[in-house]
Design a protein around this ligand. Structure first.
Ligand code: PFF
Ligand code: NA
Length: 452
């Protein structure tokens, strides 16, 4: 394993880790989640979650990957033979996500194009589900929707192209192009948004603290959930990416940088989205709380409407959807790398074969989401992954390592031997006690809402 692939530069690794972390979760999940869970007051549980679970887990995952220099299954297997399955569980979650995530990127590609001339017309919602997705329409060839299918093929071609070229020449290069471009585009969009009429109304609504919210368990669950999803934790990704780090790497510092970069991007997205929502509310004489949305609805129903009302709609529409494409592609590359690395090591095959086989199967399965029923299927799968898959994977991870294997001390020593910032008992307490308790509580809450 001495000739294991490596990142070319520290910046290359950091950009790849940020590329994975910064995704649709920052742009369309965070703003609505914060708004619904206390607005300005949400930042308190959010910061708490970042510092007690997000960054500590990121440090753990970087350490695991760096110490064992293997994909997630192999690294867990080296901690203890009986733990390899945890790695496969996390890889499986990433694999499933990689069957529907690219479909959303495909939509964004088409919408970047639709932005010119605002082809969604006066009724963007009707256009999205009816004209574009052809929801419920019998459709042609097997229910596949050509306007989703074709860009989907393009998404896979791009992702598998970079993945096939390897860690340094492929993944690193892709992120060195995508992430700086994304940052520039995003700054342009946010500056435009905050200078629109009504922007302050939106920002006021976003930052107005509802302090009562922080006494609610639901708000804390939302904060931890956002942090886990947003930092790509327990998806096998960060372990895989860290396994390509050179021997001398400041792991702890890298984790803090990744964590804060992701949160900065999230905050920036919140500002941009709410400034734009404020503009729309003022334009249409609606209340801000009536126009707030998250997820698919925000990007493909609300934003087209906002874009149509803006000056230079073609330009800003294109930039907005291009930012979704770039953020999405870098995340898709990271989730796919988990099973590519896993397959490569498990079956001792070349990267090329693992990309063809793993990526090929994921690509074929993703076609199911490019059909006239795609959106419903996507909602269902996403719901289960988000509510159970991720929380369970994180729970298995911390409980197995902190409570059942040799404990966290080895990892602490490993990280400390190469990092500037010292890990101490606070780190073991966050991972051994706080994180398992929170994740266990989160699971119970999610199950409870399921049955009621
Ligand atoms: N961390 C990414 C985000 O915040 O959008 C999302 C993500 C990437 C989730 C990769 C899952 C994943 F496997
Ligand atoms: Na994120």
């Amino acid at each position: 394993m001495e000739n294991r692939s490596q990142w070319g530069t520290r910046l290359g690794f950091l950009l790849a880790a940020m590329g994975s972390a910064i995704g649709l979760g920052n742009i369309w999940r965070f703003p609505a989640t914060a708004f619904e869970n206390g607005g300005g007051a949400f930042f308190l549980p959010y910061l708490f979650a970042l510092l007690t679970a997000g960054i500590p887990l990121l440090i753990l995952e970087y350490t695991i990957g760096h110490k064992f220099r293997g994909s997630a299954p192999r690294s867990y297997g080296k901690i203890s033979k009986g733990m390899e399955w945890i790695g496969w569980w996390q890889v499986a979650i990433s694999f499933i996500i990689s069957t529907y995530y690219p479909v959303i990127i495909a939509w964004a590609i088409m919408y970047a194009y639709f932005s010119f001339g605002q082809q969604w017309g006066a009724d963007p919602t009707g256009f999205f589900v009816g004209d574009y997705l052809q929801l419920g329409d019998p459709g042609t060839f097997g229910g596949l929707v050509p306007s989703v299918f074709l860009p989907l093929i393009a998404v896979w071609a791009i992702a598998l192209f970079f993945l096939g070229r390897g860690v340094k020449k492929g993944i690193e290069v892709a992120n060195k192009i995508f992430i700086p471009t994304l940052a520039i585009i995003f700054l342009i969009i946010v500056i435009r948004a905050v200078t629109l009429d009504g922007a302050l109304t939106g920002l006021d609504a976003f930052f107005k603290p509802d302090w009562g919210a922080i006494t609610s368990g639901k708000v804390w669950v939302a904060a931890y959930g956002q942090i886990f999803f947003s930092l790509s934790i327990a998806f096998a990704i960060m372990i895989t990416y860290a396994s390509y780090l050179p021997k001398k790497s400041d792991i702890t510092n890298n984790a803090f940088i990744t964590g804060f970069a992701n949160s900065s991007f999230e905050l920036l997205a919140g500002i941009g989205v709410f400034a734009a929502l404020g503009f729309m509310a003022v334009q249409s004489g609606q209340d801000i709380s009536d126009v707030v949305a998250g997820g698919v609805g925000l990007a493909f129903m609300v934003f087209p409407e906002i874009i149509s009302q803006m000056p230079a709609p073609g330009f800003f529409g294109f930039l907005f959807f291009a930012s979704l494409v770039l953020a999405g592609l870098s995340s898709l590359i990271s989730i796919s790398e988990t099973y590519i690395a896993g397959l490569q090591e498990k079956f001792n095959i070349s990267r090329g074969k693992a990309v063809t086989f793993g990526g090929g199967i994921a690509a074929i399965l993703s076609l199911a989401f490019a059909t006239k029923d795609g959106l419903n299927l996507l909602d269902t799968v996403d719901h289960f992954i988000n509510n159970y898959g991720v929380a369970l994977a994180g729970l298995f991870e911390v409980v197995a390592i902190a409570w059942f294997a040799k404990g966290l001390k080895d990892f602490q020593n490993h990280a400390n031997s190469i990092s500037d910032i010292r890990l101490g008992i606070w780190w073991r307490f966050c991972l051994g006690i706080i994180t398992p308790v929170v994740l266990g509580y989160m699971m119970l809450q999610n199950l409870k809402t399921e049955v009621t």
